[in-house]
Design a protein around this ligand. Structure first.
Ligand code: HAM
Length: 420
């Protein structure tokens, strides 16, 4: 099922001209702190971070200057909690804009120290895609936002996932955020004393993060706070309107959710999540948004971008039962029957596999009953008996396990008969 999801994703990404990028599993802690934001739950509580070996020889524990020069040392490293920061780091470091690489995707494990539950793991897998580039190449255009969202709808449809809901918001630009933060601080002042300790801290350092709070008692208070949608400036409002217009034009349904601020600090303008009812509490299959200032924050040139990450574990859980039909069961189980038959069976299996059939193989020590049980358990369509008489005649007993029909088929016609 995981292969089916990844193959389908690669296929869809190819149709939209995305290229694969593989970034390191761990990078410097500073990258994530600066990229994702010090005040986010991810950076403040959830990262797996360690100090790299100090400047000492790994063997003797004695200072070892030559080794230290090669190994670096004392650096703080972190298992990647998400892919965007690493991809933007690579974009800057390798000047990917010079090579016309502006649509990138990455599939792999991410790590967050969260309390494990259904759909939430400490090592989980993301399928991440990003569109990034100079504004002159149109990377800030609402057309990119809509293209990315339409691609996601196409991918979920191709996977047979029905009943998803696209929730959309705009979190504005730094200008809007300034005014919004002021209003938030003011609204929080009289009520923050009744909120959880995290919210009391957030109210001072980064009030937007109050919206990440999951403490039930805080929710009625948060419900009454001002929303970013009331603070969008004219260009942000127009940008968001146009994203919606294109989505409507191409027939992608969405609902507006002005509480959606996403748990990472780099977002600007469009922010979104796709949720799925069958998942329970952890119902976001994927999330993403625009991050127009991230490249500059990491020391790069202006490079507006937008992207998403699918939680692959959750995506696999929301696949319909019917998707199991993609699991390829053996076309045939080749049963060796009697001493000396392993070689003959292996030869037949080799011939059939070269005809692109899926073949499972038994052992001459199995009795007939055990071979039938093994073939049935493997879900094979046919069982093929390779015994001394069959080898002599160069024709083999082929039994359809569903219908029970059994025929004798000459070696040269086996592949064709099985395929039919
Ligand atoms: P995120 O919302 O933190 O965004 O994660 C994206 C998705 O990863 C979530 O919707 C969820 O499906 C999955 N996920 C997150 N944490 C876990 C976990 N502990 N266990 C299982 N699944 C999980 C990001 O990571 C951004 N980098 C997305 C992005 C890309 N924005 C722009 N470009």
């Amino acid at each position: 099922m995981w292969n089916f999801v990844e193959e389908t994703a690669r296929d869809v990404f190819r149709a939209y001209n995305f290229q694969e990028i593989r970034t390191p599993i761990f990078e410097s802690t500073e990258l994530f702190a600066r990229g994702v934001g010090e005040e986010t739950d991810i950076v403040a509580k959830e990262m797996y971070t360690w100090e790299d070996r100090s400047r000492k020889s790994p063997l003797t524990d004695a200072p070892h200057e030559a080794a230290a020069d090669v190994l670096g040392g004392g650096q703080s490293l972190t298992l990647r909690p998400e892919a965007t920061a690493g991809i933007v780091r690579a974009y800057i470091e390798h000047k990917l804009w010079d090579r016309g690489l502006n649509k990138l995707y990455c599939i792999g494990p991410m790590f967050r120290r969260e309390r494990p539950q259904k759909g939430r793991y400490r090592q989980f897998y993301q399928i991440d895609a990003e569109i990034i580039g100079p504004a002159s190449a149109g990377s800030d255009s609402p057309a990119r936002d809509a293209e990315l969202l339409e691609m996601l709808a196409t991918l979920l449809d191709r996977l047979g996932i029905a009943g998803w809901n696209l929730e959309l918001n705009s979190v504005g630009c730094p200008n809007d955020r300034e005014a919004f933060n002021q209003a938030l601080r003011k609204a929080l002042e009289p009520v923050v004393g009744q909120m959880c300790a995290d919210c009391q801290r957030r109210a001072v350092t980064n009030p937007l993060r109050v919206f990440d709070c999951k403490v039930p008692a805080d929710q009625p208070i948060i419900e009454k706070l001002p929303r970013i949608s009331q603070f969008l400036d004219e260009p942000c409002r127009r940008h968001f309107d146009e994203v919606q217009q294109i989505l409507t034009k191409v027939g992608i349904p969405f609902s507006l959710n002005d509480r959606l601020v996403r748990g990472l600090d780099y977002y600007t303008r469009t922010a979104f999540e796709f949720t799925h009812g069958a998942l329970g509490a952890q119902n976001a299959i994927l999330g993403g948004g625009r991050y127009d200032g991230l490249s500059e924050a990491l020391g790069g040139p202006p490079a507006p971008g937008i992207g998403f990450a699918i939680g692959e574990d959750r995506l696999v859980m929301s696949l319909p039962q019917s998707a199991e039909s993609v699991l390829k069961k053996p076309d045939v189980y080749v049963a060796a029957l009697g001493t000396g038959m392993n070689g003959e069976a292996a030869r037949l299996a080799r011939e059939l596999r070269r005809e692109n059939l899926v073949v499972d193989l038994g052992d001459e020590g199995f009795r007939l009953k055990k071979s039938f049980e093994a073939a049935t358990r493997a879900g094979a369509k046919y069982i093929l008996i390779v015994g001394e008489n069959e080898v002599k005649a160069d024709a083999f007993a082929l039994k359809n396990l569903a219908s029970g029909e059994q025929v004798s088929v000459p070696r040269g016609e086996l592949a064709q008969k099985i395929r039919a």
